[in-house]
Design a protein around this ligand. Structure first.
Ligand code: PYL
Length: 260
């Protein structure tokens, strides 16, 4: 996944209710319920849990508003979250002391750690799992249906594995032809030969899919950052199909569901 910008995240904290409404409209479930579904639970109860979000200055440094936005997403799903005063190792130390040994921190890898239980989640895998869960729900059950996965990185593979377990027929496209995938997946050399009704767009490259790849009523679950659908194509799909896209929310909620 590409790195988020201040612009990508600046409105997330104030749009979480709207996001829930959109998700209910498409999947029948809110953000928290989708993350519960992703970890195969009926519901999630975060009562009594305190979680620290630690700003990380190392690597490529701070993204203005990133920690606060993660904190807002966690609060929205019912977690008692706070941003630590300290950064990096100092922040992790502060987080472990003040919270229930749970913290979120992102440098080049975005992790959530439950220090007490030993549970760890990583954003790319959690994001793939969360968006695949949303597609499963939006499709009314993906069993026996053909799904196109674009991008066979951590996000795309996590989505493919989840949907395969649910009985989907997986076709996968990745620009790296040497990459190895589950032999049960159909490996596509190019993606413009066939139209799909169910698509996971998990590649960091804009414009890999167009109208020739999607039916008019397609459901596209797009975990990639940035938003890789060309605007004109996305607008067309939104008219009669469905698009599930948010840059951070499903990933963070699913990370929390995994470590809780
Ligand atoms: C988790 C996101 C989803 C897409 N790309 C990932 C990303 O942009 N990661 C970088 C986040 C860096 C955060 C920075 C801070 O403000 O603490 N270290």
């Amino acid at each position: 996944m590409s790195r988020l910008t201040v612009n990508d995240i600046k409105n997330i904290g104030t749009s979480l209710q709207k996001l829930d409404d959109e998700l209910v409209n498409i999947t029948g479930k809110k953000l928290k319920e989708i993350s519960a579904f992703a970890v195969r639970k009926e519901s999630l109860n975060f009562e009594g849990l305190k979680v620290a979000v630690v700003p990380i200055t190392s690597g490529l440094g701070i993204i203005g508003g990133f920690s606060d936005t993660v904190c807002e997403i966690l609060k929205h799903i019912g977690v008692d979250a706070f941003v630590t005063d300290g950064t990096d190792v100092t922040g992790i130390h502060e987080g472990i002391k003040k919270a229930n040994c749970m913290f979120f921190a992102d440098d080049n890898t975005f992790v959530a750690v439950n220090y007490a239980s030993g549970k760890i989640s990583e954003n790319s895998e959690a994001t793939g799992l969360g968006f695949a869960s949303a597609l499963e729900l939006a499709s009314g059950g993906i069993q026996g249906k053909e799904v196109l996965i674009i991008g066979g990185g951590k996000v795309g593979c996590a989505a493919a594995d989840f949907l395969y377990d649910k009985g989907a027929l997986i076709s996968i496209f990745d620009i790296d032809m040497e990459k190895k995938f589950n032999p049960e997946f159909i490996r596509l050399d190019e993606i413009d030969k066939k139209q799909f009704s169910y698509i996971i767009e998990a590649s960091p490259q804009i414009g890999l899919i167009s109208e020739s790849n999607a039916t008019k009523t397609a459901i596209i679950s797009a975990p990639g950052v940035p938003y890789e659908l060309e605007i004109s194509f996305a607008e067309k799909i939104a008219e009669s199909g469905k698009i599930i896209y948010n840059p951070l929310e499903i990933g963070v909620a699913t990370m929390m569901a995994i470590i809780a």
